[in-house]
Design a protein around this ligand. Sequence first.
Ligand SMILES: [Zn+2]
Ligand SMILES: [Zn+2]
Length: 279
Amino acid sequence: MIDLHVHSSASSDARGSVLDYWEQARKVGIQILCLTNHLEYMHKSTGLVDINFKRDFEKYEEEFKTTASLKEGPEILLGAELGNRFNYRDQMEEYIRYFDWDFLTGSAHVVDGFGIAASHGIGYFEGKSEEEAYGCYFDKVEKLLNWGPFQTFAHFDIIKRNGITFYGPFRAEKYRDRIYRLLRLIKEKDMALELNTSGYFQNPQEPYPCRQILEMAYETGIRKVTIGSDCHDPKNLGRGIHQGLALLKEVGFKEITFFRKKVPCKFDLMTKSGSLNDK
Ligand SMILES: [Zn+2]
Ligand SMILES: [Zn+2]
């Protein structure tokens, strides 16, 4: 098994050391995990201009290297989840250059200053029609994809996490043209699309993105997909991954792509246990 979206305590909203995750991975049979701590500037209303690696980078790097050097256990990859704080684009790019990352993930977390996926971000939806709320989110996604110094795009329809409380179940067909345009952009840029399984355990009770968007992605010709639990606690490592892998197979995907030093590698979905092939 594989889990490519994992937050350790270097993310201010997560707990668990890198070693805790490595041990948990060994326990639950995860062969490869990728740390994707937030590379995200804080909300401007907090007055903080800060990166969400709350510990200092050197300490985090040390912790990662020590764990990554452990033999005979899960392989641990170093990634980051890049937010869409374009006011801090230069600083983000500086951090992107700082490490020799395996794998970077792009995420649209903020629209109009609201953290749209967080419980405190529900103010974003108040007084907005569904079309307006979702449309502005997709605008941010497009801007992020056009910037795009990352290998995969995370939780494509995360806007529904809070959106469904206001507008009911998310119906991708309503945004068909818009979604296809974004998927074509992902394909043109040769990025991967993430299947984020955290949605199975949140309000939508379905992954990000939903099955219909996965089908659209397949139809668009996207064949690179990544998968991750988006866990913020070691106890949730790998949560929903089996279910997500089964869904991807049903849609037609045959492999998961992951990256070592940004080089794509494949995890075969067609063998029972999943086999790892370099290239
Ligand atoms: Zn995210
Ligand atoms: Zn995340």
